[in-house]
Ligand binder design. Structure first.
Ligand SMILES: Nc1ncnc2c1ncn2[C@@H]1O[C@H](COP(=O)(O)OP(=O)(O)OP(=O)(O)O)[C@@H](O)[C@H]1O
Ligand SMILES: [Mg+2]
Length: 254
């Protein structure tokens, strides 16, 4: 479990995170949703240690980040897998080399062990006949699979994904969402996903944190989000007509 307490972050005069307090649970897909500019990426980068909060604490299963030694922080870093917005694969490397990269960087595995683990995760994300291809030869959905394979290759305890569906069609997005969810449950990972995709909320939103202008305006489950009267949430969720219709249909069912 990751616990975030009163986290604040400013850039110059601009306060981007205004005292965020929440928990991200283990074995669940925790979603951070909110409009563009609401602070989702800054919060995720704060979890990653890329941004240092101005105040507040972030703890990883009881380990408070700001109180850890450099060695402990380095160790924690090896426990985190990250899927960046736009996949961020190495263009000049093959799929196999991309996926092997964190193991070469962060583990003491032998080449044979690396090959075995890389083959395993590539199969786990259902990438077929792609070992020797370059990212430019793959579809967007396949590139995401490679990014996910690379993020989980080192058996992370924590998995962070920033907009894993950006650039994907709705059907492929659902496949990628479900893959992230399955992996989270299967390996009991604490997963945090940034998204503004309402389909993701409906598919995998076990715990949803809604940010508005740097404030945590609401949190709850996917079931609760369609029932809440919190105006900020309904504004965001029902900006699409489709979801207005779903809400109507759901209320009739109840
Ligand atoms: N390194 C930075 N320096 C200065 N300002 C920043 C920096 N990173 C983010 N910001 C500002 O913080 C605010 C929140 O940005 P953030 O990237 O977290 O939004 P977001 O919710 O991820 O949006 P999107 O959905 O578009 O990805 C924005 O106003 C942005 O300009
Ligand atoms: Mg972002």
């Amino acid at each position: 479990m990751i616990e975030v307490k009163n986290v604040e972050k400013s850039f110059g005069d601009a306060k981007v995170l205004k005292g965020i307090t929440t928990t991200f649970e283990t074995g669940k897909t925790n979603l951070i949703i909110g409009q563009s500019g609401s602070g989702k990426t800054v919060l995720l980068k704060s979890l990653l240690g890329i941004h240092q909060p101005d105040s507040g604490t972030i703890s990883f299963d009881g380990r408070i980040y700001s109180e850890m030694t450099s060695d402990e922080k380095r160790e924690l870093r090896t426990e985190i897998g990250m899927v960046f917005q736009g996949s961020a694969l190495f263009d000049s490397m093959t799929v196999e080399e991309n996926v092997a990269f964190p193991l070469k960087m962060f583990s003491h595995k032998t080449p044979a062990e690396i090959k075995e683990r890389v083959d395993f995760v590539i199969a786990r994300v259902n990438l077929i006949n792609a070992h020797h291809k370059k990212p430019s030869e793959l579809s967007g959905g396949m590139q995401k699979r490679v990014a996910i394979a690379r993020a989980i290759v080192n058996n992370p305890r924590y998995l962070f994904c920033d907009e894993p569906n950006s650039g994907l069609d709705p059907k492929t997005s659902i496949v990628i969402d479900n893959l992230i969810h399955e992996i989270t449950v299967e390996y009991n990972i604490t997963t945090v996903v940034n998204t503004h995709d309402m389909n993701s909320v409906m598919e995998i939103g076990e715990k949803i944190v809604f940010l508005k202008e740097g404030v945590l305006a609401w949190e709850g489950s996917k079931k609760e989000i369609f029932k809440t009267d919190n105006e900020a949430v309904t504004d965001f969720v029902y900006s699409s007509n489709l979801f207005k219709k779903i809400r109507k249909a759901q209320n009739k069912e109840d």
